[in-house]
Design a protein around this ligand. Sequence first.
Ligand code: GCB
Length: 619
Amino acid sequence: MKRYFLRLILLLQLANSNAQETLITNVEGRRNISLNGTWHYIIDTYETGFYDYRFKERKETDNGAYWNRNTPKSKSDLIEHQYSDKSSINVPGDWNSQDRQFLHYEGTVWYQRDFDKPQMQNNDEVYLYFGAVNYEAHVYLNGKKLGTHKGGFTPFNFKIPKELLLEKDNFLVVKVDNKRHADEIPTLNTDWWNYGGITRDVKLVIVPETFISQYTIQLDQHQDISESIRKKTFQVSGWIKLNQATNSKAVVEIPELKFRKEIDAKSDSIFFSSALKNIQLWSPENPKLYNVKFTFGNEIISEKIGFRKIEVSGKKILLNGQEIFLRGISIHEEIPQQIRRAHSLDDAKQLLGWAKELGCNMVRLAHYPHNENMTRLADEMGLLVWSEIPVYWTIDFTNPEVLKKAKKQLDEMIERDRNKASIIIWSVGNETPVSEARTTFMSTLVKRAKSRDDSRLISAALEVSGEGNLNKIDDPLGAFADIVSCNEYLGWYRGLPNDCETAKWETIYDKPLFFSETGADAKAGFHADKLTRFSEEYQQWYFEEQIAMMKRMPDNYVGISPWILADFRSPKRNNPEYQELWNRKGLISDEGVKKKAFFVLQDYYKSIISDDNAKRLKK
Ligand code: GCB
């Protein structure tokens, strides 16, 4: 009974989580029409399309507003803006990589395209869905504002009012603004490139009048998983959220498991629970996914979903009841060879393919939620995922409005990906400086993540304190996290790599300890003796010393995700010889070439795999 109430509370929290339009999850698994392709654009540094000459927001019908089609009625009409094929841009994609004039641009760009009304039945509704727009989006259709969204890495959607949708040539405009602000998330200062634009897919999603907006299905977290495996019977539970209250039936099916359940929907939220036999659990070794179908009215939504249990037991992480070591790598959402944001399935294949080659069973998707191709593919490839919101460095922790923004990004990250078996960790931030305000802010996020999703671990990348050769992990935020994670750069930002030999490590937490970063810059192809900074040899030495140190870590050491898979662009990296606006800590270069250190880490991971295999054989 108690459990039932807890779930009810979870549902109510979910229902209240969005004063804004509820996010429609799994748009891929529904009727949708892509609006990707070539759009028109206007660069608007002074925001002339938004403000009049007195700098007041323009009236909706103002001809000078860039959301309006501006067609001259006579040759005497004054026209000062128009969308034209001369200025075209690809969606999805950042603008920076598409034309040199955008390389360092931070400001407003207007995007425009036309579309025709999709085929639909009488009671169907159309939503306009954006995978992500960095950072602030104002969306207009046929001269009317549909809404705004802030946050560069999470999805959002707006319902298109029926009366607004024309049969032909709907005039869609998006004002995109990627200016950085002190009270936004991330804030002014980051160590990555502020790629602007409509960076992910745009779709029309066609749904019935009443439809399932979100749902989840997962192993019940309260069961003793080893016992369930022994009995080959698993308790599975979930919920369905409808966009409005109704009195009808929903059906959940997993054909392969011969599971079918009809549930009465009496409000806008439905809860279900069932015992299922013979589920093959999802794991890196066997990333088994089941086709799950949710039917409501004339809509069938399908998604491939894996079932697994992740938990902490004392100082260990258990996956499906078995101890697991996380052989990770941190990744930025960037294709270095083309200096652009990654967005497609092919991009995901490259990045996650490299991680697999390295011997990883885990990836840290830093420092913001990556596109959904990454998490979907991670599900298929059997890579465990750490997913993070961009609460990075010096966010304004004293400002309640900033906390609201962080919560919103956290909710959107969880809502999009809550059915991905691969995601085992939600991270609420990275290297936030210790203060009371910070800890209150961050622990609020930890609690919120827990209340939204109790089937994953919550963490945050912390910093190390201590003096001399003593490294201490005592950040008060660690008390709130399920696993204590920290970034450390001993031998790069402090001392030399062989300082690792005498380093002492202490943690005040009796919890699993994960190293979420460690790394050193190297310019691929630059060879010198190992004491020479930026040489491949220095980076190789750094990794050798780090790994030797890791092997001496206390027994709560549960994994590592070094910094970083590939070189990435950063405006902060200005060494003219070796960096040239690249953070060179990649194990793979900007040209896709593996550096020496890649193979050092690969060997470490190989040795862990063979030790694990030997242990398993002994059992
Ligand atoms: C860090 C940050 C990461 C940086 C990295 C570096 O601690 O978390 O975003 O890029 O160090 O290279 O300094």
